[in-house]
Write a protein that binds this ligand. Structure first.
Ligand code: SF4
Length: 945
């Protein structure tokens, strides 16, 4: 008798037999080879297993990988939908080069050789002419931490640009200002109270790994509290749903702190030991005795205004409910797990205080990195070391790191077209990489104006798996793989534990397995992944190696050396060699585990797809540090050891800056003395949790040196709610959609292809909006027209429309997908732009007969086009929520219409720019040395001109 198993046993993956479900009830055997990889459809990097049909050599299905420590064999709908992306009939299959004018839609197929030669030559010239910073790499979905940074470093280019300031800048600075780590890592599975300012059970960051652990904890009795003005699926699963007014979440958190202080349910011992209360007292309460006994009174006074009664008026949550929540939290010390990433953090000016005030509760309950608490990402994410790397760069790119935003987290990418248009610089070669700024970013028509102008962007190379609104305006469109077609090492802080996963091109791996069985050619170090993927789809990692060789073919520029094989000097490093060295040398325990299995570390990862790294990550700040680590260091008055050669020991003189080596995280101080013992501490300048941030004070924001509420730009009490002004929430996502790439998945598009405007029936009555009626939403720079959905699932005063919808294409039969409607774009040459949706999706004939079965027509509305840039003056985060006028559609309005005036976009840009407090900061620095940057230059580069 065959034993039933949840998953095929690992030892049978290369030769697995199961019955063909479609042939049931007849038992027809099917032979499979199972190849693991990692999902690329959100950042969680869950494990996937591709089932290769041994008869056809094609993937029949994709399921979860039980060997993956974070996803544990489970996936959301987007994981298996990778299959659709691989076999999508309209994907980009070959390198394409523009013919005719940019955006004209004419393309010719070229070879990879031609693409590498032409792009390599122009980068070589730019570097030889010392125009290094005219090369920019702008990334949407990162595949692997640091791979491309290594490339840019080798080229000497300060050209890393990210999508972070449309995503998580606010949350990052909120967490980082407490603990140095800029992401939370919650141990949901062991928590007793889970507090989410997010929609984690349906779509939040690290959605599937988090959701399964939250449910696990709830089924063991944990209380789940969800803060969201919208009754999301997550809110509906919560024990307590708190529909706060947008942007008032910090006030709510601080009123909970207020109650914990009043009720004496805070963890005094933890706060005394690990919070920089001495600095708090000295800066905020110099008149009090500078001793621990003063802290309680100081905290009570500092947060006196945050009473539940006042919170009721500000947040919209009953005072009694706030007291109830505070009591629940106070009754569960050390077991408070919480999360904010986007949601309120991403919507509001001052939204960085959301994460900061939320983490304050973790601090006050003593739940920092405890079992069931909330840790820092750096303690659970594991980034293996690249085999070889060039020295740090010595250039500063003001197009990414402008002086107005010295504390931004990270690059000011939403402002790039404005900076280009006002002459702050230009781009010779702009790589957009799995990124669609015309569609995704606010102010997309200003992006279009910049990307169409060759004087601003001389050459645009789109590295992308699919056609997009942005790649349409590129000069080269180079097809890059989806999760089943590329190499990346993945690791994230999904739970209390460290792991790495290996994303691999499964067709290449299948060819290797087949070759070992004597079928087909052997895959060699010279083989390239595009030889195995569908069409000529490639992967970035090999592309960068080969491009670097074309830039510096004879090695005379000093670039090629960073891409040479150790095993065969003088030839490019192969992808196997690269990862073999990495897995052998820099992943604790992997070489031993592989040896025990009789495999090399690379084989181990290729066969399993993931590896759990051993080690206890509970309260790592309490780890003892050996005295040898602080030899030669100076101990400061706070007990922190300042080591020569680190930022923490720098004397502030420009002359000695060259002696400083910067750590990627923190200021390099090795330890703090606590009660006579050397401890690891936190990666902040004080090595403690910073209730008081001296960095914020010294860099011009003393009023926000402690956690505070900052009224949002959409604060309800400042708005004309009696009239037709409302708050628009455009940030929430539909769990079955992938930012902009779900358009190439037929299953996901079939499941989700609408995004009506959520509006409360009371508001709808007041404003004259019918069910399914057309609504005109007027923003600061234009308007759009959408359909209404009356629902009590949203607080009156707020309307909401999910993002991911409103994809468009200009031509009937080009750049087609399962959810891109047909659009007509017109402009008056004076900044006046219109997008009219001329049609939704229609059936067409393709090699996939399902394109003839499409039954839906709606493709949504591209609302982001009508949003001005609204960067938070401190973090630089796009404050996504909009102050809008909600009115019935006017005569002539059609569903999907978008109208924008980019002159108003510029006015809005200048208004928000005026809110900043520009650098340089102390010691004439452009940015604090201890602040993270994805690509950190040398210390002297931080000096302002
Ligand atoms: S949560 Fe879903 S989309 Fe994200 S990595 Fe996991 S399976 Fe993929």
């Amino acid at each position: 008798m065959t034993e039933l198993t949840n998953y095929p046993p690992l030892d049978q993956w290369h030769d697995w037999t199961e019955f063909d479900a479609k042939a049931w009830p007849t038992k027809v055997e099917k032979k499979y080879t199972l190849v693991p990889t990692s999902c690329f459809n959100c950042e969680a990097g869950c494990g996937l297993v591709c089932y290769f049909n041994q008869d056809t050599g094609e993937i029949d299905k994709i399921e979860g990988n039980p060997e993956h420590p974070a996803s544990r064999g489970r996936n959301c709908a987007k994981g298996p939908a990778t299959l659709n992306q691989v076999y999508d009939p309209e994907r980009v299959m070959y390198p394409m080069k523009r013919v005719g004018e940019r955006g004209g839609g004419e393309w010719e197929r070229i070879s990879w050789d031609q693409a590498l030669d032409e792009i390599g030559a122009r980068i070589r010239t730019a570097i030889q002419e010392e125009r290094n910073n005219e090369i920019m790499y702008h990334v949407g979905r990162p595949g692997e931490t640091n791979y491309t940074n290594r490339v840019l470093q080798a080229w000497g280019v300060d050209g890393h640009n990210s999508h972070t300031n449309i995503c998580s800048s606010n949350a990052r600075i909120g967490y980082q200002s407490w603990m140095g780590h800029d992401r939370p890592s919650a141990d949901y599975a062991n928590a007793e109270v889970i507090f989410l300012i997010s929609a984690h059970l349906e779509s939040g960051h690290y959605f599937n790994p988090h959701a399964q652990r939250i449910i696990e904890a709830q089924s063991k009795g944990a209380t789940v509290i969800v803060c969201d003005p919208r009754l999301s699926n997550t809110g509906s699963k919560a024990d307590h749903w708190l529909p706060t007014w947008p942007g008032t979440e910090p006030f709510l958190c601080l009123s909970i702190i207020h109650e914990m202080l009043e009720n004496d349910t805070w963890n005094r011992d933890f706060v005394k030991r690990w919070v920089n209360w001495e600095t708090f007292l000295a800066e905020e309460f110099p008149h009090l005795p500078q001793e621990w006994e003063s802290v309680e009174a100081a905290l009570k006074e500092h947060y006196a205004e945050y009473t539940p009664e006042r919170a009721e008026g500000i947040t919209g949550i009953d005072a009694a409910k706030i007291r109830e929540i505070a009591a629940i939290i106070g009754a569960h010390p050390t077991k408070f797990s919480s999360h904010n990433w986007r949601a309120a953090g991403a919507g509001n000016e001052g939204g960085w205080q959301v994460a900061r005030c939320l983490f304050f509760i973790a601090v006050m309950t003593g739940s920092v990195a405890t079992v069931g608490g909330t840790s820092g990402n750096g303690w659970n994410k594991f980034a293996p070391k690249a085999p070889i790397g060039a020295p740090k760069i010595t250039r500063w790119n003001h197009l990414e790191w402008p002086p107005e935003y010295p504390l931004s987290y990270h690059e000011m990418s939403i402002l790039l077209p404005h900076f280009l248009k006002e002459g702050r610089g230009k781009l010779d070669t702009y790589f957009s990489r799995v990124y669609n700024p015309i569609w995704t970013n606010p102010d997309g028509f200003t992006w279009m104006e910049a990307l169409k102008d060759k004087a601003l962007v001389n050459c645009h190379v789109a590295l992308t798996p699919t056609w997009s609104e942005t790649s349409w305006f590129a000069d080269y469109v180079l097809p890059m793989g989806v999760g089943a077609e590329r190499h990346d090492v993945v690791s994230y802080e999904t739970h209390a534990g460290r792991w790495i996963a290996f994303r691999q091109p499964v067709f290449r791996r299948y060819a290797e397995i087949e070759a070992a069985r004597g079928k087909g050619d052997v895959v060699t170090a010279e083989s390239r992944t595009h030889e195995y993927n569908p069409g000529e789809v490639w992967e970035e990692n090999e592309f960068w190696i080969d491009l670097s060789w074309r830039i510096d073919p004879d090695g005379s520029m000093g670039i090629r050396q960073w891409f040479e094989s150790e095993a065969k000097p003088g030839t490019p490093i192969g992808i196997d060699e690269y990862y073999e060295i990495m897995f052998r040398d820099s992943v604790p325990g992997l070489a031993e585990a592989a040896a025990a299995a009789g495999e090399t570390p690379l084989e181990f990862m290729r066969n399993r797809g993931a590896f759990a790294i051993e080690g206890d990550q509970t309260t790592p700040y309490e780890r003892n540090i050996d005295a040898s680590a602080v030899e030669g260091s100076r101990k400061d008055e706070g007990g922190v050891y300042r080591k020569p050669g680190t930022a923490g020991a720098w004397d502030g003189s420009p002359d000695t800056l060259a002696d400083i080596t910067l750590d990627s995280l923190g200021d390099g101080s090795p330890a703090i003395e606590i009660d006579g013992e050397l401890k690891e501490g936190f990666v902040t300048p004080s090595k403690k949790l910073e209730l008081y941030s001296t960095t914020l004070k010294e860099w011009g924001w003393p009023e926000y040196a402690t956690p505070k509420w900052i009224p949002s730009h959409v604060h309800h009490q400042d708005m004309d709610m009696e009239g037709n002004e409302r708050i628009l929430l455009p940030t929430f996502r539909i769990p079955t959609l992938i930012h902009t790439r779900s358009s190439n998945s037929k299953w996901l598009s079939e499941i989700s292809h609408r995004h009506p405007l959520w509006i409360h029936p009371e508001d709808a009555e007041k404003l004259g909006i019918d069910e399914n009626g057309l609504v005109r939403i007027t923003t600061r720079i234009g308007h759009f027209v959408i359909q209404a959905w009356r629902t009590e699932g949203i607080r009156p005063g707020i309307v909401a429309a999910s993002h991911h919808m409103g994809r468009w294409r200009i031509e009937e039969d080009k750049a087609r997908s399962w959810s891109a409607g047909k659009a007509k774009i017109s402009d008056d040459g004076q900044g006046g732009w219109k997008l009219n949706r001329t049609d939704g999706i229609r059936r067409w004939k393709s090699k996939d007969t399902d394109t003839e079965r499409i039954w839906w027509n709606d493709t949504g509305v591209h609302q982001n086009l009508t949003f001005a840039v609204q960067p938070d003056p401190i973090s630089g985060m796009q404050c996504w929520h909009q102050r809008v006028r909600v009115t019935p559609a006017e005569k002539g309005d059609q569903y999907g219409d978008v109208v924008v005036d980019t002159n108003k976009s510029r006015e809005a840009y200048l208004e928000w720019l005026a809110k900043t407090r520009p650098g340089p900061g102390p010691n004439n620095l452009r940015r604090p040395l201890w602040y993270a940057r994805p690509l950190k230059p040398t210390a002297p580069t931080y000096l302002a001109d």
